[in-house]
Design a protein. Structure first.
Length: 235
């Protein structure tokens, strides 16, 4: 069993590794589903962590249908993180009709190789999940991160199992969204998934703020205890 922890700061990355996580996904803006992180954060994670580093490539939080300018930004970001020595990228593109954007994905995949590629939870709003899965497999993507098109992976367990059965080892399905130490064993047993994705986070202690102007009140940071409890529950 493999645990991937999504992080948006170097503190969380180091804590994830300390707690026993097997891989990290480096993001910015986790509260909006994750966007492309700063190169400074990526560099720190690669230099200071021994576990594999995946990087989110998502230019903004305004959905997953991308303009030509968006695609060009993503291609530049892929080139930049490749130079920093990451192990893989996490990305996905849909058409405005909710299908996998094959032309865009081919360009992004070609730019990303030989890195590992995960198609992220854009999949969870795809119009036809089984058709989308077949398309993603046909593109040669290595992994698919999904909640089974439901609000959490626990609610989407039946669909996740269906996707794993249909994939038939042609790609790795990662279960993600709402996974914690209390439900991970149930999800593993119900779906037969071998990799899970979680934040294992707790609220960050608020910094100073005035009574009228506040920033980052809902910021969270990975907890070493929660990572360890997840690992223990998985084994």
């Amino acid at each position: 069993m493999l645990l991937e922890i999504c992080i948006d700061c170097i503190e969380s990355a180091l804590v994830a590794e300390q707690g026993g996580a097997h891989r990290i996904e480096i993001c910015s803006s986790l509260s909006s589903g994750g966007t492309t992180p700063s190169l400074g954060l990526v560099r720190q994670c690669v230099q200071r962590c021994q576990i594999p580093c995946m990087v989110m490539i998502r230019p903004h939080d305004g959905g997953f249908a991308y303009s030509e300018d968006d695609i060009r930004s993503m291609l530049h970001d892929i080139d930049a993180v490749k130079e920093l020595g990451v192990q893989g990228v996490v990305l996905g593109a849909l058409t405005r009709d909710g299908d996998v954007d094959v032309p865009a994905m081919k360009r992004l995949i070609r730019a990303s190789r030989p890195l590992q590629i995960t198609f992220h939870r854009a999949f969870d709003i795809a119009r036809d999940p089984l058709q989308a899965l077949d398309t993603i497999i046909g593109l040669g993507v290595d992994r698919l991160l999904t909640s089974g098109q439901r609000v959490t992976a626990e609610v989407g367990m039946q669909r996740i199992k269906q996707l794993i059965d249909r994939a038939d080892n042609r790609l790795t399905v990662i279960a993600g969204a709402g996974i914690n130490e209390s439900n991970v064993r149930r999800i593993l047993e119900a779906t037969r998934v071998r990799e899970v994705h979680a934040s294992a986070s707790v609220p960050r202690r608020p910094a100073f703020a005035t009574s009228e102007v506040r920033f980052g009140d809902h910021s969270r940071v990975t907890s070493v205890q929660r990572v360890r409890e997840l690992i223990e529950a998985m084994t």
